[in-house]
Design a protein around this ligand. Structure first.
Ligand code: PLP
Length: 388
């Protein structure tokens, strides 16, 4: 098949039809095992932890979308954290991992509280400042985990520049591409070595599945990750794989609408009395605007803002009628969250404050509803939260 646009790849990429029947959707192969025709005579599958046709279709699709050179270089896991955990398992005791200063709280937590048992160390690094990043490099640093834009302050990291610096020191570059998806940004093409996703978010897109994906750039790493995936077993079930394939088909149209809506929301928040700061790399005056424009199609659809002292945060959340207060993001429905007590609560307060995740910070995942309805809801909630 030949095509040259990701919009087409979203629908026809990877293994996209069932060869045996011609079904235009890959069936849900709800099976744990496979009949063997004789000793050692398998038909390509032996046990569903090791391989399952529905999961394989998804894995080949994400590999293609992220620009992995081989369809076997994509991997699907039971959650974004399972994907990150499997990728971190490529490293060894004594290795140090650098992480962007505002990564997802769970990524910080797994390093701080789980991998520390195994002799891994980590250090928080300002990957948005390449010079500061280079100064953090010591001999034991073996990987860097980047999010761009990073959660929740939408800090932008120059993926190509950090990759060049990292590679000069033999460091593996891992990019968590959850916020952008391959529709907006393709880290492997920018120089990164491994991409991970919480597919729970935009890729799934409907807040109905928890899933993780990873794509690697070379055969050696692919073999190692396949071994880890099969050995540790955090694989994505067939039904969830089906849901993700289904979600990915509409990623392009959803993200076009999401980003159209967020632009309007950003303009509104910028001008709204009571909003002291707006973080969105799609705004021309955002510090990350230029770099983001170079490496991504647009600023994505996540936005954070701070309410002034004269507004009651609890009251704001309680007053929303349409926009829901919930963990997660990237679904068709608009969601808000309070990073300091929710997604980033596992990061110690002093680190949170140092990086700017204050108690007045609100993160908004702009959905695909009518944007004027969403804005009216937020506007009303801000008004109700006013205390002065
Ligand atoms: C949600 C999220 C994760 C974790 O993914 P799960 O699917 O919840 O395990 C990792 N990174 C980012 C940026 C996320 O938003």
């Amino acid at each position: 098949m030949s095509y040259n646009n990701i919009d087409t790849a979203l629908i026809h990429g990877g293994i996209s039809i069932d060869e045996r029947t011609g079904a235009v959707n890959i069936p849900i192969y709800q099976t744990s095992t496979y009949k063997q025709d004789g000793l050692g005579k398998m038909r390509g599958y032996e046990y569903s932890r090791t391989g399952n046709p529905t999961r394989e279709a998804l894995e080949s699709l994400i590999a293609e979308l992220e620009g992995g050179k081989d369809k076997a270089w994509g991997f699907a896991f039971g959650s974004g954290m399972a994907a990150t955990t499997a990728v971190l398992s490529l490293f060894h005791s004594g290795d140090r991992i650098l992480i962007s200063s505002n990564v997802y709280g769970g990524t910080f937590r797994v390093l701080d509280k789980v991998f520390d048992h195994f002799g891994f160390t980590y250090r928080i690094s300002d990957t948005d400042d390449p010079e500061a990043f280079e100064k953090e490099i010591t001999d034991d640093v073996k990987a860097v985990i980047i999010e761009s834009p990073a959660n929740p302050l939408m800090t932008v990291t120059d993926i190509a520049k950090i990759s060049r610096i990292a590679h000069a020191h033999g460091i593996t570059v891992i990019v968590d591409n959850t916020f952008m998806t391959p529709y907006l940004q393709r880290p492997l093409e920018l120089g990164a070595d491994i991409v991970v996703h919480s597919a729970t978010k935009y890729l799934g897109g409907h807040s109905d599945v928890v899933a993780g994906l990873a794509v690697v750039k070379d055969e050696d790493t692919a073999k190692k990750l396949a071994f880890i995936q099969n050995s540790t077993g955090g694989v994505l079930p067939p039904f969830d794989s089906f849901l993700l394939i289904r979600g990915i088909k509409t990623l392009g149209v959803r993200l076009d609408r999401h980003t159209q809506n967020v632009q309007r929301a950003a303009e509104f928040l910028k001008g709204r009395e009571g909003v002291s700061r707006v973080y969105y790399p799609g705004l021309k005056d955002d510090p990350g605007y230029e770099v983001n424009k170079r490496q991504a199609k647009n600023g994505g659809a996540m936005i954070s803002f701070e309410l002034d002292e004269g507004y009651d945060i609890d009251k704001f959340f309680e007053s929303l009628e349409l926009v829901m207060l919930a963990e997660s993001l990237g679904g068709v429905e608009s969601l808000v969250c309070h990073p300091s007590t929710m997604t980033h609560a596992s990061i110690p307060q002093e680190i949170r404050e140092k990086v700017g995740i204050t108690e007045r910070l609100i993160r908004l995942s702009v959905g695909i509803e009518d944007i004027e309805d969403i804005i009216a809801d937020i506007d009303r909630a801000i008004e109700k939260a006013r205390t002065v």
